[in-house]
Design a protein around this ligand. Structure first.
Ligand code: NAP
Ligand code: G4F
Length: 329
């Protein structure tokens, strides 16, 4: 086979940037779906940060627009399709449940249909989520743990997940679903708790603010690094047989402890700066997520390479640099 072509939806997001870099480094021709924005100056900020802007062919399109998706797939003729696009912020999904359903749920069905119509031989990756475990049914979650979604986002992801399984079983698609636990990086959106903390810590250290308002400090998450997790996505599509995999570190940590680590990294104490603000609490909470990545290790040879301490340090340092340079992301 000549050069492999990959199409990434959600290419401007955190994972889209890391996956683009991984695929370009491996010699792929990378194409990305770009949702139209009036703010053209910021759309490829993450791709610039990671050094791949200009090396990717961007195609106008939206996950809610099936005919546009078909056209893009006809044009690109991808060997691999990574469906990463979503309304991905859980808290917003209560404010915008129908949009979240349309984009995060139906959008995946649109992608599966576009592939079925225009490139049925493509290998397909669906960005499923540990959020689907919600009110956890087992203390440590694996591929066989029953789902119990706790947000409109999780319900939408569950629909997308089962549609991916169904297209595999109905049409013989090479379609795999990665049930990824939380993964973070300096490219994480500012509204997610880890980045909100590391940005806040950097601002406090630089004297730009004194307080950081957070919500539920007792929630615990299995946090890894996005750079490691996109490797698992790619590995899934290199297997002879498609399947579903949990991707996690196997370690879970409360928000409070993440916060302590971030403040300690710059020699500060969180209790002097963090205040709890009810506005950041959720109508229904996912109290704890803790993944078992044994299948990914055994079948893909994948393990998380970055420790939580390394992740926190990298994120705080990146935010310090960014704020000193007055860069925005
Ligand atoms: P992210 O940073 O929020 O990126 C989301 C991407 O989706 C952005 O490129 C966004 O484009 C795009 N998008 C949103 N609505 C769209 C639409 N209607 N049409 C086309 N594109 C649209 O998310 P991420 O953290 O990289 O996560 C990637 C995927 O993995 C998401 O599906 C997320 O739900 C899922 N996931 C993430 C995690 C995690 O911990 N990060 C864990 C499990 C699953 P704009 O740049 O234009 O907004
Ligand atoms: O960082 P979060 O907003 O991420 P959440 O809700 O776990 O979702 C992320 O991970 C999922 C995988 O499990 C993805 F599917 C999803 O797309 C997204 O990437 O919140 C993490 C926890 C929550 O329990 C939240 O209540 O942190 C708690 N939290 C406490 N204070 C806060 C805050 N979350 C945010 N965003 N902001 C706070 O001030």
């Amino acid at each position: 086979m000549g050069t492999k072509r990959a199409l990434i939806t959600g290419v401007t997001g955190q994972d889209g940037a890391y996956l683009s870099k991984l695929l370009l480094d491996q010699g792929y021709e990378v194409h990305g779906l770009l949702r139209r924005s009036a703010s053209a100056d910021v759309i490829d900020a993450r791709l610039k940060w990671i050094g791949v802007a200009g090396k990717i062919t961007l195609h106008d399109g939206n996950l809610t627009d099936l005919s546009g998706l078909i056209r893009v797939i006809q044009e690109v003729r991808p060997h691999e399709v990574y469906n990463l696009a979503a309304q991905s912020f859980v808290k917003s999904s209560w404010q915008q449940p129908l949009l979240t359903g349309n984009v995060t749920g139906m959008g995946a069905a649109n992608m599966l249909e576009a592939v079925r119509i225009a490139a049925p031989e493509s290998r397909f990756y669906q960005a499923s989520s540990s959020e689907m475990y919600g009110l956890i049914q087992e203390p440590i979650q694996s591929e066989t743990t029953p789902f119990y979604p706790r947000s409109p986002y999780a319900a939408a992801k569950l629909y997308a997940h089962w549609m991916t399984v169904n297209y595999r079983e109905s049409f013989g698609f090479h379609a795999s679903s990665g049930i990824l636990f939380n993964h973070e990086s300096p490219l994480r959106g500012i509204e997610f708790v880890t980045r909100k903390i590391t940005d806040g810590v950097a601002r406090i250290k630089l004297g730009m603010q004194d307080k950081l308002a957070l919500g539920n400090l007792d929630a615990t998450r299995d946090w890894g690094h996005a750079r490691d997790y996109v490797k698992a996505m790619w590995l899934m599509l290199q297997q002879d047989t498609p399947d579903d995999y949990v991707v996690a570190t196997g370690r879970t940590t409360p928000v409070r402890e993440f916060c302590e680590l971030a403040f300690a990294h710059v020699g500060l104490k969180m209790e002097n700066h963090v205040v709890v603000d009810e506005r950041y609490l959720r109508p229904a909470e996912v109290d704890v997520l803790h993944g078992n990545p044994a299948k990914a290790k055994q079948k893909l040879g994948w393990v998380a390479e970055t420790s939580l301490e390394q992740l926190v340090a990298e994120m705080v340092e990146a935010d310090l640099v960014r704020l000193k340079r007055q860069e925005h992301l």
